[in-house]
Design a protein around this ligand. Structure first.
Ligand code: PLP
Length: 388
């Protein structure tokens, strides 16, 4: 018998459709340069110092054998994460669980909740939360986001057991302020819910009123699990390392020990060299190098934001996240504008409708590009609007 819940996955996966359209364009115009503002993956190379730390750890294993490590991560990395990211919020290293990245944590955390738990997910959303909820057979509550509310999620009138929040958000690029998140914390307390905050873009936050961790806020340690990753700020998408913070003080206090149990049963941990590479990210000179990479992506975002504002367009995000959610001009649907951008300006975007019905009428631009590519894209857009 197959898992029947896979039948609940309704949305067509958009990336194969985009690749097909791209292949067709490249066939017709083989020498045409395409500007890829679709992909949400890092484009700058891995820090050589991080690479060296990984190599050194691997070499070390040739003289002193190292087999399976602790399933939830080596203490050296848990302690470094705690000291650098969380110590001031009263969290301990044993509340931090090292993983192979945020996707795994976001989907696996659902295993801790009852089969009939009601899970709330925004629309538009990073699709993993919705699809993982569906295939886990759990009940889904959709929280529609709207342009009128600046795509900030507001607590629903209904109750829910678990809520996924993504801030700074993929795909909208919008980040929740302290007061936005505080409202959710109060709601979760009243409704005995657990918030799962996906905070993989924390390294991109620059607005003063946006918290870099939910644990900066009062009451968060009773209701919130935070997920982070080395993927985006340290270029680890191809290396795989992240972590979940599961406080012992959650109102469902067993969540901490259940998560430990689940990790012990289902994983054998992340490799020693990769954890050493992640540890290297906290060295002062490496941190500076990584901050400079994030600053470059943010420069690219600034170039695109300036262009869209010059063109009098409506858009969201791009300040605390490497994504811009751009309202399609003249009420075009997401795919029609995607096609127009690709055909006329040779720019790849992602149709907002791919992130849920409430993303219709928008496209997402990724700022994981060099400033020169951002400038080329801007020039193409100025030209596009002057001629279309
Ligand atoms: N969460 C969000 C919101 C993302 O945008 C992404 C990647 O694009 C991930 C999680 C995946 O992170 P990781 O590489 O750590 O699995």
């Amino acid at each position: 018998m197959l898992n029947p819940h896979f039948q609940r996955l309704k949305s067509a996966y958009i990336f194969p459709i985009i690749e097909k359209k791209l292949a067709e364009l490249q066939k017709d115009h083989p020498n045409q340069k395409i500007l890829n503002l679709g992909i949400g993956d890092v484009s700058l190379p891995l820090s050589p110092r991080v690479a060296e730390a990984i190599c050194e750890a691997t070499r070390e294993m040739t003289s002193s054998p190292r087999g399976y490590g602790p399933c939830g991560g080596y203490n050296f990395l848990k302690e470094a994460v705690c000291e650098n990211e969380y110590a001031t919020f009263g969290l301990d290293a044993d509340e931090i669980f090292i993983s192979d990245g945020a996707n795994t944590d976001a989907s696996s955390l659902l295993e801790l909740f009852a089969d009939d738990a009601l899970v709330a997910v925004t629309d538009p959303t990073y699709p993993v939360y919705r699809d993982a909820t569906l295939i886990a057979g759990k009940k889904l509550l959709t929280i529609p986001l709207s342009e009128d509310q600046g795509f900030i999620p507001r607590p629903p009138i209904e109750r829910a057991d678990v809520v996924y929040l993504c801030s700074p958000c993929n795909p909208t690029g919008v980040a929740m302020s302290c007061s936005d998140l505080q409202e959710w914390i109060s709601w979760a307390k009243t409704n005995k819910a657990i918030l799962i905050l996906d905070n993989v873009y924390n390294g991109f936050i620059s607005s003063k009123d946006v918290p870099t961790s939910i644990y900066q806020l009062e009451g968060a340690r009773n209701v919130a699990i935070e997920i982070r990753s080395f993927s985006k700020w340290a270029g680890f998408t191809g290396l795989r390392c992240g972590y979940a913070v599961v406080p012992k003080t959650l109102h469902l206090a067993e969540l901490h020990s259940l998560w430990q149990k689940r990790i012990d049963i289902k994983t054998n941990g992340i490799s020693y060299p990769i954890q050493k590479g992640a540890l290297a990210c906290y060295k002062k000179e490496v941190k500076e190098e990584l901050d400079a990479q994030v600053a470059l992506y943010k420069t690219s975002a600034d170039i695109l934001l300036q262009c869209l504002s010059d063109l009098d367009q409506t858009f969201f995000g791009g300040i605390d996240a490497p994504y811009i959610f751009w309202k399609t001009p003249e009420g075009l649907d997401s795919w029609a504008f995607f096609d127009q951008l690709l055909t006329h300006s040779k720019i790849i975007s992602i149709p907002g409708s791919g992130f849920g019905p409430h993303g219709e009428g928008f496209v997402r631009l990724s700022c994981f590009i060099s400033p020169s590519t951002a400038q080329e894209a801007s020039d193409a857009l100025y030209h596009h609007f002057a001629t279309v």
